[in-house]
Design a protein around this ligand. Sequence first.
Ligand code: RUQ
Ligand code: CUA
Length: 868
Amino acid sequence: MATHLSKLTSLILGTSLMATVASAAIGGELQKVMKARGLTENDIIHAAKTYTPSGGRDEFIVFSSGGQSGQIIVYGVPSMKILKYIAVFTPEPWQGYGYDEDSKKILAQGKIRGKSITWGDTHHPALSETKGVYDGKWLIINDKANPRLAVIDLNDFETKQIVVNPVFKSEHGGSFFTPNSKHILEACQYAAPYDNNYHPIEEYKETYRGGVTVWSFDPKIGRIKPKDSFTIEMPPYMQDLSDAGKGASFGWGFTNSFNTEMYTGGIEVGMPPFEAGMSRNDTDFLHVYNWKKLYQLSKNKKNVKVVNGMKVIPMSVAVANNALFLIPEPKSPHGVDVSPDGEYITICGKLDTHASVFKWSKIKKLIDNHEYAGKDPYGIPILDMKKSLHGQVELGLGPLHNQYGKDWKNGEIYTSLYVDSQIVKWNYKTLKVLDKVNVHYNVGHLCSMEGKSADPQGEYVISLNKLAIDRFNPVGPLHPQNHQLIDIRGKKMDLLYDMPIPLGEPHQAVAIRASKLHPEVRYKMGTNPKTGKMHVGKTLAGQEKIVRKGNKVYIYGTLVRSHINPERVTVNKGDTVIFYLTNLERAEDETHGFTVDNYNVHGSLEPGETVELKFKADREGVFPYYCTEFCSALHLEMMGYLMVKDPNKKYVSAQKLKMKKMSKAELKAEYEKTVAVNNATDAVIQSVVKFLKENHYEKYPTVKALVEDALDQYGKIAEQKKKADEAVKKGDYEKAILFENMIWQYMVKTADVGIRAKDLLVKKVATKQSPAAAAGERAFGEGGCGGCHVIGKVSSGPDLTGVLLRHENAEKWVKDFIMNPASKYNDPYVKSMIDYFNLKMPNQHMSEEEVKNIIEYLKWVDENANLF
Ligand code: RUQ
Ligand code: CUA
């Protein structure tokens, strides 16, 4: 155990740290924790592989469908920390999505036949690609319940477009980018008539249809182009998942299907249920189609018919142009996954224990030679399954989806086994099973890192399990879903971590290397994030105004720490109120929220953003409005009043109370006191500014950003000062005090950010701390030394800068003093200190190790004494 433990400790601490930190001490501590929490050595290794310390970053970012929430979940790997929920098809109040006018417009794009739909069943997210490799620019996702696609901009992680498929009534096999993101494949699911009319189910074969829509996409601006898009008519087989060909198979699409039986159910009239009739055949059909050729054909009117505004290429046209084929595939297939080079197409059938690997070159040869095994009832040529297959391999029960590993060239692939609750690693070239790992439970999709792009990154696979059963603390009958992180770097797969997902059932997830994402932290001032353009309501400081046009009242307002301008708005009952609000902040993470109580509106204003909130003031009364994000120390004061009066009512004045007022002399004294406080605060700010300049803060981008933020606040003081001085001139001390108070607010904000910048800068310009010194600083903090000693200052105890220079044999002296302060109370120097500070150094019961480290820390302080 002991040797294992020291191995473990070295694993966790890294060997360089090991040299300086006594492994025994940590090992002992670790052992204690392990014992108390019942952890095994394996648990500790798994913890070390996933634990990401405070402020740490993940290697990969995962975009997971949020299932029935209609959202997207963003989390990091390996930490499995959830970072964001992106609002897509569903209103989301925090982000103001569906509660401000601009996001309402996005949601309105998703109306179907004039009706709002306020949820979505998201299944398959996809990342945009350049030459088949993820480029980190755009994200799309489908809605199975209401056939729609949405586009999310990875510059700000916001939904920019929703597009409705006008011919499908449900949709599952979307969304899949083609390798240069010029097109998106979206396959139907449950066959239905393309038009919006009633057609009896008895006429299923004649009037119900499946299909694949090929959407055009402009990767430069990130928008789907519906007018340039078309649908390939397909038989009423239930098309399921798709994948776009790449490399060798570029230009082709692959979509599998179930219910080639074309069974139409009827349990209520004594027929066997759908599930029996739909799974009768041993094989269904893989649809193979040349979307590239069909796209060209779709530009000619004579090749298409238009249904509900969508160009549809009839099956007959696709067949006549050698652009649509079927291949039998076993049985109720689900996932179809094209290898990174486009040469192999792996398909798993839920009701077959095998994976079937098709080979593109073989399929292509049959197509080129017009070598068909027959035709389906709609005249579509069928290719021979055996002749198209590279081979089959038995994987286990219920294989669903596949993802490729880093060594894909040599055949590395992973497949989920739904019924067996396992992930299996195998080789799609040699058709050998290599390893299996149990997951908990009933895995659907799995997600390897960039595992379906042309450049899989390996390292991890995430198992997206449908059931969690016994994995977490119980929270009622509805359990969270369970995403499990699996390390695939070793020979054996190693399950590391369970993450509950409590938002909806995530189907597919896609992962991208974090370094490929470069989202903004602020918008250009006055941006409408939904369009990316300047907002019509953009308002800068000084431009705030209230404009009435008929019974519409436009409020052009601004928000900045910690006030909303204007603070009072009076309208008539029945007016339409339009708030245009701009967040004037440049500081990172300084979001303000805005709501008017009781009126069901909410906006989230990220730095630089402008939002529009609109409502009818249909109730008389007084309605506070306020900032909903705790943005500053004076956040609660960030408020105002909307007063709605009834123009037909007479209001009697209630002003009766006479309050005692301060005398002029009292007011003047208060004014002078306020100015004095401001001057003192300014002196502190100036000393910080001097330090920052002398140490070239501008060389360090993070410090520079903070300093700019601080100066931005400071810059606002001059105007307030002018107003204060004017008030003094007029003898209005009351007002002058208020303006001086405002100055103080700006100073506090400046100082707050400035000191943060200074601390950061000290760390940058100081000599590098040794691990021991860093441990010493920690011990100094945790041991409570800072309660009396502030480095660089005389506080309630002496300044410790130079303490190692003040004493003979200083290291030993300091050590003895910390370990046993009482032994030196009679030392003349210590005695004088005790008298001066009227305090005795207490025994903090530090270990010898800690004291050693503190001394290292004090040495570092002395090296950098000029900085404190
Ligand atoms: S699904 S569990 Cu992709 Cu909708 Cu397979
Ligand atoms: Cu702005 Cu709270």
